[in-house]
Design a protein around this ligand. Structure first.
Ligand code: HEM
Length: 245
């Protein structure tokens, strides 16, 4: 456990100090440290940008999250991780963003290292296999009216998060995203802090193209304008306690 103010451990420092023990050469070190940085920062930044994109384009869904924040967190407190369990609408908004505009729509390609028989199909060694996140996200049998941004599809009749559907935003199996707990937390806290503080509006003078993102395996939305209208006065903000994360 780290004490406040104490220097925290660093993954890159660990790699450098344990190079021999882990059997790594300098190239391995550079790639592993770089991959964590590249995979981590860009995908998370993209997801947070898609949160503002989804909020601006779906004012009613955004208002539902703000109603929930209003009753659970209230305006004189900043939201914290401790509120997570009590915020199903916010959790559903984030889940729906991940499905509606997946950060990795093309999935990452994998190559079969040996012949594989799957469901009666032979996948010969060397074949590239693509799990197409976009097709899964838009499967109408699982997600009716998939083109509609509808966080309520993640909510059950009692108002809780459904556990009988999921979307593969972090991939699958052995190569599933090992960092997923980090973005899950950063996306949650950033979303609640932004939507608690601001109403995000589409700028009528510069409409957002809801399909404005490139045709590549991992994406960011194309640059767009949105208006951030403060929901909380500066005085309330000054009085709010800053959470100790
Ligand atoms: C919203 C944020 C993120 C999304 C949507 C995401 C998504 C993914 C996906 C789809 C894969 C490929 C899984 C597969 O092959 O099926 C992956 C792999 C990976 N991710 Fe993430 N990721 C995110 C954030 C992060 C963060 C924060 C880290 C590190 C702290 C990270 C580290 C990695 C690494 C190292 C791999 C490669 C794993 C391997 O090939 O064994 N990712 N990620």
């Amino acid at each position: 456990m780290y004490k406040k103010g104490e220097a925290r451990s660093s993954f890159a420092k660990y790699l450098l100090e344990n190079k021999e023990k882990e059997g790594l050469n300098d190239n391995d070190l550079a790639y592993i440290a770089g991959l964590i940085f590249g995979a981590g920062t860009d995908a998370t930044a993209s997801a947070i940008t898609f949160i503002t994109f989804a909020a601006a384009l779906n004012p009613e869904a955004q208002a539902k999250v703000q109603e929930e924040l209003e009753s659970v967190v209230r305006r004189d407190n900043l939201p914290t991780f401790a509120d997570w369990e009590a915020l199903p609408q916010t959790t559903a908004f984030i889940a729906e963003m991940s499905r509606w505009r997946p950060v990795v729509p093309g999935g990452f390609h994998h190559r079969a290292s040996k012949d594989v028989i799957w469901n009666g199909y032979l996948i010969p060694a060397g074949t590239s296999v693509v799990a197409n996140h976009w097709a899964i996200a838009n499967d109408p049998d699982i997600f009716p009216n998939p083109e509609v941004f509808d966080p309520q599809r993640w909510i059950d009749a009692s108002g809780n998060i459904r556990h009988n559907i999921e979307f593969c935003t972090f991939g699958f199996g052995q190569r599933v995203c090992p960092g997923q707990h980090v973005p899950n937390r950063s996306i949650f806290i950033t979303t609640v802090l932004i939507l608690w503080s601001f109403r995000i509006l589409e700028d009528a003078a510069s409409p957002i193209d809801s399909f404005g993102f490139p045709d590549t395996p991992a994406v960011h939305p194309n640059p767009f304008n949105a208006i951030f209208e403060p929901r909380v006065s500066k005085d309330v903000l000054r009085q709010s306690c800053v959470p100790d994360h």
